[in-house]
Design a protein around this ligand. Structure first.
Ligand code: HEC
Length: 106
């Protein structure tokens, strides 16, 4: 169970550094965003299917907002099909790392 091991080591790291709240690692997020840049980050880009959705810009967005949005797609509170599929494949740590990365962009 790779994910469980990763989570365990992430929590161990957090505990060791004495950080009370979960933190994202922007450098790790940069390595995880290859599946996001195809849609996000291109100014004015619109997805073709199912509608001409304007893809929201993530750079500079508040980290907590990004994590909340991804969790909302994952648990079905938000209903966009491609984002639901993508968020469903992300672990909590992936979300935190991606949020840290995007929140640092201008
Ligand atoms: C297939 C294109 C596509 C890909 C790939 C994609 N997204 Fe999205 N994303 C969208 C669209 C379209 C929306 C707007 C959906 C809606 O209206 O709810 C969106 C919405 C979001 C939102 C909510 C933004 C807001 O302002 O409310 C976040 C956060 C997000 N995506 C993060 C990601 C991350 C992180 C990845 C990579 C792991 C990713 N997305 C990959 C198309 C994509």
């Amino acid at each position: 169970m790779k994910t469980t091991a990763l989570m365990a080591s992430a929590f161990a790291l957090l505990a060791a550094s004495g950080v009370a709240t979960a933190a994202g690692d922007a450098a790790a997020g940069k390595n995880k965003n290859s599946m996001c840049i195809g849609c996000h980050g291109i100014p004015g880009y619109r997805t073709v299917f199912p509608h001409n959705y304007l893809v929201p810009k993530l750079g500079g967005q508040h980290a907590q907002y990004i994590v909340d949005a991804l969790n909302a797609y994952k648990n079905g509170d938000r209903n966009h099909p491609s984002m639901r599929a993508i968020a469903g494949s992300l672990s909590e740590q992936d979300m935190l790392d991606l949020a840290a990365y995007y929140s640092e962009q201008k």
